[in-house]
Write a protein that binds this ligand. Structure first.
Ligand code: SF4
Length: 102
């Protein structure tokens, strides 16, 4: 035997159930989208247009535990970066480091 929740009888009561279900579905979807937005806001990479200063990026001219700009997805040959301002050393590093895909 099916429960009333599983069957649409076309009655006002079942329409209310469906409406509640629809509301819940939309709410869950909305919460998921809001969470994704929150996650992106928490990501370490700057989201605003423009570049970040070396100080803000905690840039250094030396590698960090084997990580260096030449192996970063943001590095722009010969000595630039799509995130950090100024001249970037291929042997440098900053907190926005993202390894190139293997
Ligand atoms: S480590 Fe930092 S400064 Fe170096 S290329 Fe990547 S994002 Fe730019």
């Amino acid at each position: 035997m099916k429960k009333d929740d599983d069957v649409n009888h076309g009655s006002a009561a079942s329409n209310r159930v469906l409406s509640r279900r629809s509301f819940l579905r939309v709410s869950v979807a909305g919460a998921a989208i809001a969470s994704a937005g929150g996650l992106s806001a928490c990501m370490s990479r700057p989201m605003a247009a423009g570049k970040t200063s070396k100080a803000e990026a905690a840039y250094q001219d030396t590698p960090n535990r084997g990580q260096r700009c030449a192996g970063c997805t943001h590095f722009q040959k010969p000595n630039g970066c799509e995130i950090v301002t100024g001249e970037i050393s291929p042997n440098g590093w900053c907190r926005f480091y993202e390894a190139l895909p293997a």
